[in-house]
Design a protein around this ligand. Structure first.
Ligand code: F58
Length: 836
């Protein structure tokens, strides 16, 4: 940053023409930036740190959002809006990514802002890099929620994203000596310019204690909850603007605080400390995001988190419903509430409690409202990921809810017994309470029973839900089940992160594609245009160079931008099979060792992703990647033709650099395990070809882009089921393939871990003994397919042709399409028309 002389804010001539806080030209932006620096950050330019400059710019941009946001709030008070319906997206996780760049794009002022800053001697890109992204999610599920918020705003659907304002989001990942080290995420350390606290809209939430029956003044039997604790939820609101859209929705995240602020005079010393402890307890509730794959059992705090945000959100919805002048009976006319997985599914019981206990409504009527308002999206088929809470733990936090759940279950099972008389097994399978051993509350059952619609997130996944996980429910209520294939927002995942490709596309087909992604089809005509192909390759080359620079900075590994960038970025999990990719790398390495002069297309293998802190095998896989990299990168026989890099701390921001730079996208989960995947879409939209299994949305991507433009390998879901049913024996594959045996033996016997030969034995053992995710069965097919991909890459023109066709045919995977489908099939919500 340049040193500057002190210059206090001055109203310039040009800026005068537009309102300083809302104007969109570079003069107004420059002026408002200087004002914010001086009057909000309290800094002159000469003393400003980079963070001051970032904050000043963020405030200047926020002013421009607020004018739209407030307009929406006014619309709420307006009777004309009495028929308005809000989508309320309930999600324990949101991963919005950095706001600044996205807001500049959506406001259409990226260039003007860049110019304004240049005029003052600053670099926009540098300030963008200063933002700490809100890592309030683990991975795909949280990111999907944020893509959906973007599309809701872009499509003019009024929506509120309800969630939790974790003080510490997903940990920052460092790699030390090849191992993952978790560092607490301090995203709020320098303040958050995007959020506005709304203490006047706080809600209080009860926890623990007991219930007590009583008769009210009309002699009616009622139940009251006598909680052990009460905490306060304060909404922290972030505006979510759509792309060049007039509406600005709200992401409302709840922060837990103590209910009473305490006054020194009123406390003697003992009470004072008790009050402080109370405050500490209350604030713990939204302290930290739980990483996934942790054993759920005993995670009392996690259940408290879920209930806390759900209760605050439902009460807020009832408040807004009142504000709209609507009766509580009409809640489902004004709100469609979507449960993003089972994490918010306690909403079924909480809404019933609010209606029956607090609003004195009859059970049947309350049930109708609950059922009509809620929808449930399932995101996983993995049995270990289906949430269930030990009954006693549940009761200790939510004593009234457990009674309500029992009543829901009783009525439901009566229905089941009518339909299937004398079929106790069926009733036991369907029950919300799992009584097989210790008693559990099955949250997916609660969500399914309490919602009017249930959906999976890709065609295969939705089919498997019906056939497997929720089979008995499907049999009961077939019409309740839907598929809505996931999508991602092209604004962040193409326009913002890949400006080179975006300009090239816009140059040829205009800018309509940004809101209508199906327009990309027009690129098909250019797939064989040599001149266009050259430009296409140049864009990719630049993106690869940029990524190579970051990789060099962050890992020290030098990679050649002309090599094939073969990338796998996603959470580290055995079912996602990062270790299968490693098998491929070792196989190529062994070929080179046998014949150092062999012809081989240079490849850079790039990995990124976090492992849950308690997931031993996933952490061992990270170490293995780094150990293999160490050997391969430094072996003189390899002569730099193969490079392995593990890019630490993969998050939304690094995603911006990674997806646009890929040649080959690795989507190699065991068939039937990945519900959808969304990274697969981001890669392909940016011109990478996919090597993948018939899993999740890969199937639909392949359908769209054409089988000839997709590298397919591996067992199908059916084959996986059949093979398991017949008794899968991984050792058969080990015995019968020399190259596979060599790879596993090297891992097992310490070839890549000379200082601790047994280091990777647990991994090799688990593959040889069980191989839950069938790497060995898929190995040969994967290697053959990779060989084919390697050959194809050598023909640059052909590869470019396929790359263009991939982009051209990705229109389906815009989250705008997903949101339109939710609006039609599930929410019955409409895009509102905005009068200028
Ligand atoms: C993901 N789930 C699916 N869960 O794995 C992926 O296939 C899908 O594309 C995506 O959802 C969006 O539908 C996922 O990310 C989590 O991270 C949970 C968070 C809470 C703890 C348990 C895992």
């Amino acid at each position: 940053m340049k040193k500057r002389t002190i210059r206090e804010p001055q109203i310039t001539q040009h800026a005068r023409h537009e309102h300083i806080r809302t104007g969109l030209n570079h003069e107004a932006i420059a002026q408002s930036f200087l004002d914010s620096l001086y009057f909000i950050q309290g800094r002159t330019q000469s003393l400003a740190t980079r963070n001051d400059l970032y904050m000043a710019l963020a405030y200047a941009v926020r002013d421009r959002l607020l004018s739209l946001w407030l307009m929406d709030a006014r619309a709420l008070e307006n009777d004309i809006r009495a028929d308005i319906k809000f989508v309320s997206y309930l999600s324990a996780e949101f991963l919005p990514g950095p706001h600044l760049g996205n807001n500049l794009i959506n406001l259409g002022i990226y260039e003007e802002t860049s110019k304004a800053l240049r005029g003052l001697g600053y670099d926009l890109e540098e300030l963008l890099g200063q933002e700490e992204e809100p890592g309030l999610g683990n991975g795909g599920l949280g990111r999907l929620a944020s893509c959906f918020m973007d599309s809701l705003s872009t499509l003019h659907v009024p929506a509120i994203g309800y969630g939790i304002r974790y003080e510490f989001g997903i940990f920052d990942q460092e790699i030390r000596d090849g191992w993952q080290v978790e560092i607490t995420d301090k995203w709020l350390g320098f303040g958050n310019p995007w959020e506005i606290h709304r203490p006047e809209l706080s809600q209080s939430v009860n926890l623990g204690g007991r219930t007590e029956p009583y008769y009210d003044e009309h002699g009616k039997y009622r139940v009251r909850w006598l909680p052990a604790k009460v905490v306060k939820g304060v909404p922290c609101d972030t505006p979510i603007l759509g792309y060049k859209s007039k509406i600005c929705n709200t992401l409302r995240l709840w922060k837990a605080e103590a209910i009473e602020s305490f006054d020194f005079k009123d406390f003697n010393v003992g009470d004072y400390y008790a009050a402080v402890n109370e405050k500490v307890f209350s604030e713990t509730i939204t302290k930290v995001l739980y990483p996934n794959d942790e054993p759920e059992i005993g995670k009392k705090l996690r259940l408290a988190q879920q209930y806390f945000f759900v209760s605050c959100s439902l009460k807020d919805m009832l408040r807004i419903n009142r504000l709209l002048g609507s009766r509580i009976e009409n809640l489902s006319r004004h709100f469609a509430a979507q449960l993003n997985d089972t994490h918010p599914s306690v909403a079924v019981a909480e809404l019933m409690r609010l209606l029956v206990d607090e609003h004195n409504m009859e059970w049947e009527k309350a049930w109708q409202i609950t059922h009509d308002t809620l929808g449930y999206t399932n995101h996983t088929l993995l049995p270990e990921a289906l949430e269930k809470w030990p009954l006693n733990l549940f009761r200790s936090i939510l004593p009234r809810h457990i009674e309500i759940i029992y009543e829901i279950n009783r009525r439901f099972l009566d229905e089941v017994r009518l339909r299937y008389p004398a079929n106790d097994e069926k009733a036991a399978r369907l029950s919300i309470i799992d009584e097989t051993n210790e008693k559990y509350v099955r949250m997916a059952h609660l969500a399914t029973i309490g919602s009017h619609a249930v959906n999976g997130v890709a065609e295969l996944h939705s089919e498997l839900l019906k056939r497997d996980v929720l089979r008995d429910f499907y049999e009961l209520w077939p019409a309740k089940f839907h598929n809505i294939t996931n999508g991602v927002t092209p604004r962040r995942w193409i326009l913002l992160s890949n400006p080179g490709l975006s300009s090239l596309i816009t140059e040829k087909i205009g800018e309509r594609w940004i809101k209508h992604l199906e327009d990309l089809r027009k690129l098909e005509l250019l797939a064989d245009d040599a001149h266009f192909g050259d430009k296409w390759r140049l864009v990719k080359r630049d993106n690869k160079s940029a990524l190579a620079t970051i990789i060099k900075e962050r890992t020290g590994t030098v990679i050649d931008p002309d090599s094939m960038f073969d990338i796998q970025v996603k959470r580290i999990h055995e079912y996602k099979r990062q270790h299968l990719k490693i098998f491929h790398i070792i196989t190529l390495y062994n070929r080179i060792k046998r014949d150092p002069d062999m012809e081989i297309a240079p490849r850079s293998f790039i990995f990124g992703g976090k492992a849950a802190p308690g997931y031993f095998m996933a952490k061992l896989i990270i170490k293995l990647i780094n150990c293999v990299g160490e050997v391969v990168n430094n072996d003189p026989d390899v002569r730099g033709r193969l490079k392995v890099a593990f890019l630490p701390d993969f998050n939304v921001q690094t995603g911006h650099l990674v997806y646009p730079a890929a040649d080959l996208s690795e989507q190699i989960s065991t068939a039937g395990k990945e519900a959808s995947g969304t990274g697969n879409m981001k890669f392909s939209m940016n011109g990478a070809l996919t090597i993948g299994t018939l899993d999740g949305a890969n199937i639909e991507i392949r359908q769209e882009v054409g089988a000839e433009n997709f590298f397919l390998f591996g067992l199908t879901t059916e084959e996986v089921f059949d093979m398991k049913a017949r008794g899968y024996n991984p050792r058969e594959y080990y015995e019968s393939s020399a190259s596979l045996r060599e790879v596993i033996d090297q891992i097992n016997l310490g070839y890549f871990s000379k200082e601790d030969k047994k280091l990777f034995k647990p991994l090799a053992d688990s593959l040889l003994d069980r191989d839950e995710y069938m790497l060995l069965a898929d190995y040969q097919s994967y290697i053959d397919c990779q060989d084919e991909a390697g050959k194809a890459f050598l023909d640059g023109k052909k590869w470019t042709h396929m790359s263009i066709l991939n982009v051209a045919r990705m229109g389906k995977f815009s989250s705008d399409r997903s949101i339109r489908e939710y609006c039609e099939k599930i929410w019955d919500a409409k895009q509102i028309r905005y009068d200028e």
